[in-house]
Design a protein around this ligand. Sequence first.
Ligand SMILES: [Fe+2]
Ligand SMILES: [Fe+2]
Length: 320
Amino acid sequence: MDCDRPHSDETNMSVALEKSATPDNLVIQSRNKHYSDAQFENRYWMGGDPYATAFFNALSVTFPKGETFFIETLKKYSNRVPPKLKGEIRAFIQQEAVHSREHDCFNEKLEASNYDISRLEAAIGDVMDSIRDMSPINHLVATMCIEHITAILAAEVISNPIHFADADKGQRRLWLWHASEEIEHKGVAYDTWLHATRDWSPVRRWLIRSTFMARISLGFVKNRTKGILDLLAQDGYTGARARWGLFRYALVGPALLRRIFRPWMQFFKPGFHPWDIDDRHLIQLAESKYEAAIMDSETNRLEPVESSKPDQQDRLKKVA
Ligand SMILES: [Fe+2]
Ligand SMILES: [Fe+2]
């Protein structure tokens, strides 16, 4: 499907989003935060852990190019969607533009710390260019899949204080702010996809998005692993030691990747929508005094809740 093709049924747009679970009262807003002053207090700013630090450093390198691509993609659809979604796309673009700006600053600090990030930047550039060679609808499905991965990582790092408990304060604020806005706009690319594919059968939709998610996830794991090992090697962590340290970080200790496996799998459910899980309480948590949350929540880990459950505020009170 070509996104530039004019649609004859644009007056019937409200019907197209009937499967969206995006909350009616969701407000997406760019907080336009600045973290350029936050220097690394420690080279391994994730509590002295070189593996956790390399994981997030490598992730940061992907953001400016990745988010620029997401912006380009959704911009193309913004005049072809219902007014509410158009406003959400505008807010999505504002948020992602600020994320790119702040991660550009973060990445400059990596370079100032004598990390050579050029190979990581080239790798993400190649991936984005290979997706750009595809059709516009594939740009959209790729964006929607990567946004899901970003949103579940975001929910995990906010809901589980173990991840950033010992991180430099300034960097923790940067990452939790970014994570909170990723949760807030997690349905925008998906709703745009729902609208753009409104003439497709559910089976075709499911097949395309599931195939893309499998491919994108494999590429994500492969390319991030390569990038993380590159950064670790620059600090002298090489071979089996580096691989074991990364494996332990991602799957055994804090286990960031293992913990997002279940929400990742939910994407493959027929009829899935990112807002089937209403985790807006995590946005509030990230904006609250997170230090207080960490002190109190080691035994009260927040879990995302089903959108119909009424106890979100109670759970928030337990940790905030
Ligand atoms: Fe972002
Ligand atoms: Fe995003």
